[in-house]
Design a protein around this ligand. Structure first.
Ligand code: SD4
Length: 301
């Protein structure tokens, strides 16, 4: 049976993403297959199934994608600054399974994806290109907290990052994280999402964590690794996420007033916790009992 299996994801689009991942778990599939399936849904259908990927580009007008995948045995793979490949999370999985490496970037990552037969096409949408042209008029890089949720879709803090964590019926964990990063970032900028330990970390002995928000803060604090290590020391998922937020704030108290940082954690018992620096972070939980549970995280300020 699938009792004990559960999948959790960041933001409100975590609900439909979980619904793609859940049947994999319910059929007794692995947490790894489940998170890859859910993340792939987010990569292709996030805004509009007929438009394809709709992430905003960097300040040069180039859409670059970051993704990672990890299982609880420490196997992991990631890609960064990848262009025009529809499913970065699947490239990350191939890096994990088919290469001696953990991370591929840029052109090399794209060449590898193509050699693996993964879908290669121009991804930048006319809408995203238009938003970029609008942005060029001011050219200000100033991420606003939860911009999308406050009706500021052209802003830098675009929430197209999905972090997804799952535990299978066998008690094994996996996670995936995929994003186009911060809109209007510098060309070549890499966020936390493809950095193992920053945007994602998984350990079967303890649990799993993922992050969303301004990735520089996650990298600075090795934040997803920190959340998992805090759970290892006995914190609940929520306590661990809260303490990681504290760490971010203590390191940069001024900057923390204006940037959003969000953590989501799942321990090996299937307990879920989340915490955000500012209001507005929501996450989705799906298991045999509840297929579409959207929850609001507590916040520090
Ligand atoms: C990044 N953490 O590239 C990502 C952005 C994000 O919701 O989470 N947006 O820094």
């Amino acid at each position: 049976g699938h009792s004990g299996a559960r999948v959790v994801s960041t933001w409100d689009f975590g609900v439909p993403a979980n619904q793609v991942a859940w049947p994999v778990l319910a059929a007794g599939g692995s947490a790894l297959d489940a998170v890859e399936a859910g993340a792939r849904w987010a990569e292709s259908d996030l805004c509009n199934p007929t438009v394809g990927h709709c992430g905003n580009p960097d300040r040069e007008g180039v859409l670059t994608l970051d993704a990672s995948i990890m299982d609880g045995d420490g196997r992991c793979g990631s890609v960064a600054a990848l262009e025009d490949i529809l499913h970065p999370v699947s490239v990350a999985r191939r890096v994990m399974e088919k290469t001696p490496h953990v991370m591929l970037v840029g052109e090399g990552a794209q060449q590898f994806a193509i050699s693996q037969g993964l879908e290669h096409r121009r991804l930048l949408t006319p809408q995203a290109e238009q938003a970029w042209r609008e942005w060029l008029k001011t050219s200000r890089y100033q991420p606003e907290i939860n911009a999308e949720r406050r009706g500021m879709p052209g802003n830098s803090e675009n929430h197209d990052t999905i972090g997804m964590l799952a535990i299978g019926a066998d008690g094994k964990l996996a996670g995936a994280c995929t994003t186009s990063g911060m809109a209007w970032k510098m060309h070549g900028r890499v966020g936390d999402s493809p950095i193992i330990g920053a945007g994602l970390y998984v350990d079967n002995e303890v649990g799993a964590a993922t992050a969303s928000g301004v990735g520089e803060e996650m990298i600075r604090n090795a934040a997803s690794f920190l959340v998992v290590e805090l759970m290892r020391q006995g914190r609940s998922p929520m306590e661990a996420c809260r303490e990681a937020i504290d760490r971010v704030v203590r390191k940069r108290p001024e900057a923390s007033k204006t940037l959003q940082v969000c953590f989501l954690a799942l321990n090996k018992h299937g307990e879920v916790g989340a915490y955000a620096l500012h209001q507005g972070f929501v996450y989705a939980v799906c298991d045999a009992g509840k297929q579409d549970d959207l929850r609001q995280s507590a916040s520090v300020y």
